[in-house]
Design a protein. Sequence first.
Length: 549
Amino acid sequence: MMKINSQKGAAAIWYVFVMGVMMSFGALGIEGARYITKKARLGDGLEAAAIAVSTADRVNQDFSLNRVKPVAENWVKHYVNDSTKLELDIKRKEDKKIQNYNPLSPYEVAYYRYDVTAKTEHKSWFNFNSWASFDPSVIVANTGTSGRIKGGHEPVDLVFVADFSGSMTNNSNGKNKLDSLQTAIKEVSTAIYKANDQSTFGFIPFTKRIINKRSDGYYCSSPLLSSKNSDFDKIKSNKEFYQLLSIYSFDERYQWYVNHGFNTTRQQAIGEYYVALSKAQEKTNYQRQNQSYRDYREIIGKCIYGHRCNKSVRNKLDEVNNKDHIKNYNGYELDISINNVDLERTAKRSFDVLMKEPIFSTAFKYGEQYDRDEMPLFGSYCAYWDRDGLPSYYTLKRTNFPNESDLKAFNRKVKKMTAGGGTDMYQGLLAAPHEFYAAENKNRYIIVLSDGEENNNTFSQLVGKGLCKTINDKLKENGKYNFKMFVVGIGFNPSGTAYNTCFGKENIIPVYDMGMLTDKILGLITDDIGHNFDRYNKDSNVTPVGRHH
C-alpha cells in the first residue's frame, strides 16, 4: 500500500513538471509565432511607410522629421494595431548606385534614400513566474528602406525662364549668380536627359523684354498685347514693324504705311510715335539729342530743349501706365494710354493659339542697317550684340536632343550668354507657353529663375487678370498633361502675393547657397514625378519602382 501511494506522489510530481514544460512550450510556441508575425507585419508596415515618406517628402527643402513622421506612423499603425508603444525614426540621405551596369555605358542613378526604423512594444499573452515564457512586455524592431530617384525617369518638356538682369552678375554667398544659374541649367538638363533622352528643354532669358529667334533672325520684342483689332494692335503686332525703324526719311515711312494699309492719320500718328520713342536718345557726352528724340518731344507736345530723355521715357513702349499724349501730328491728338497695352487681353487671350515662331509686338530686328544716330534702343529694352552679330542673350527654342552632344551644344550657348538690364519676369512668362508648341511628353514644366523683384507692378496686374490660370488651363489641356510652374529665387525669396497666387507657395523655392541650386531645381521635378525604390537589403541591388500622379 505504501508503495502504491509513493508511486502516486511521484506521478503527481512528474505530472506537474510535464504540465509546466508543456505550458512553457505552448506559451513559447504561441507567443513566439505571434511575435515573429508581428516582426513581419512591422517590416511590411515600414516598407509601406518608407515609400509613403519618400512620396510625401519635399526633397527641395531641408528634411523635416516632424513633417513626414505622421505619415510613417499612420502606415505602421495600420499594419500593427495592438502595440502599447511606438518609437519611430526616419533618416534621409543622398546616395548613388550604378544601375544596369555595362562596361561601355555605366548608368549612375542618383537618389534620396530613406531609412525608417521602428520599435513597437506588446504585452505578452502568457507570462509565468516559474515556467519559461516571454517577458510581460516585448519589444519588436524592424527597418524599412526606400529610395527616390532624382529627377524621375519619365520624359519631361521643360522650359527655363531665366533672369538676365544686371544684378545677376553679382554674388550670393560668395558665388556668382549668373555662373551658378548657367551651371545649374547644364546639370539639371543633363541629369534629366540621362534618365530619359526623350526629354526636351527650352531656355528664355529675360530683362525688360525677351529676344526670340525666328527663321529670318533675332528680335527684341514684347508679348504684351494691345486691344484686339485696334490701330495700336495692328501696328505694334505687324510682323514687319521692325522695317519702320530702319527707314530714316518720313517720305519712305509714309510709303511703308500705305503699302501696309495704314492710310489714316490716326494710324500714321501711332506709327510715328512708336518709331520716335523706339529710337529717341540724348547723347549725354555731347549734350545733344538725335532727330528721333526731337520728333518724340514734338509729337507729345513737350519743349524739345532742356528736357532729358530718361529711362522712364525710353521704356514707355511696354508701360501699362504710359501717360503720353499725341498732341502734334498733323493736328491729330490721341491718348496713348487708351490701347497701348491691354492687360485683360494679354492675360486671357495670349495663348489661344500656340505658335512655333510667335510674332510679338514692336519688334526690333538685330542685323538691320540702321543709321548710326537713329538706332533702336536695344540696350534699354533687351541687349546689344557681339562681334558675330548674336545678341548677348536670346531664347533657345524648346527642342529634343537626338544625341548628348546636341544637349552639350545647347548648354554651351547658355553658358556664353551675358546679363544686363532690368527685371520684367512677366515678359519671359508670357513667352513660355509658346515653347510647348507640338510638345508631346505628358509632363510639362516652366521653371522661373530670378534674383529680384519686378521693376513695376505689371506682373501683379496680369496675375489679377487671370494670367496664371490661363497658362495652366492651356498647358494642362483638361488634364491630358501634367503641368506645373515653379519659381526659384536666386538669393532672394519671391514671396509676394502675386507670386503666391501664380505659382502657389509650395512651388516657390528661395535658394541662397548657390551650391544647392542644382539639387533644389531637380528636387522640384523629383517632388512631382520622382520614383521610389522597393525595400531592399543594404547589400543588395536597387530596384526602382515608379510613382505616377
